[in-house]
Design a protein around this ligand. Sequence first.
Ligand code: DHB
Ligand code: FE
Length: 285
Amino acid sequence: MSEVIWGLGTSHVPSIGAAMDRGLHDDPVWSKLFAGYQPAREWLADRTPDVAVLVYNDHANGVDLDVVPTFGIGVADRYAVADEGFGRRAVPDVVGHPELSFHLLQSLVDDGFDMTVFRELDVDHGFTVPLSVWTPDPGDAWPCPVIPLMVNVISYPQPTAARCYALGQALGRALASYPEDITVGILGTGGMSHQLAGTRAGFINPTFDHMFLDAIEVDPEKLAALSREDYIREAGSEGIELIMWLVMRGAMNAEVTKVHTAYHVPASNTAAGLALFDNRAPARA
Ligand code: DHB
Ligand code: FE
């Protein structure tokens, strides 16, 4: 079986990637955000899994808006970095793991999740920024193969938080039934509170964000019970991206150990959050 060793929830704001690409790590505008990431980066550097599953949303860069898969999975052996209008980020393309992808696809379909299948997919900031948050200096390659698991959060009706949590639980079962003994890291991306347009543009709700950061560890069912309207009201129209953290959390054990959390405002005009959980039971004294 494969073993989920950690789960990482993180924002994917594109300007975080742009700041890294321009070497602004120590710039006063960015240094606090990046300092918040450092303990997670150090912990993760010693715990590279065999494969990662990255739960993310495309922003009409890899897939046109005339096709909106509610849930999708990549089965390719490589994923190119998308050109979002400013050229491709100078980061490595993503190596996939088709064998595990096909196992997950079959298991999820058998479990009632009729996934859209991507044999080819360019991945945008929703994907590459979380990889940079994990691995700021990837060199020629990201630390391990990564499987994209796509969720529609940009076009109504988005899946419910409960459905995302159930997908995560099905993903956990799918990973557990993989015949090979491999380790897996899961990333849930997006959020925290943000609204990019309209009269509430710049909306930030730290009270909701901190509640979410606590509950994602100890009471994910509470977050799964919120409606999509609750997310949009409390976290902003794009803050609904947070439902993707529930896929990550659903694939983990009921009890997880918090390694590190960070919260910073502003990144772009959003709240950027990070939560890292160890899925291995603490050693008993
Ligand atoms: C921005 C874009 C995003 O996809 C997001 O999740 C947060 C911020 C932006 O363009 O600022
Ligand atoms: Fe986004």
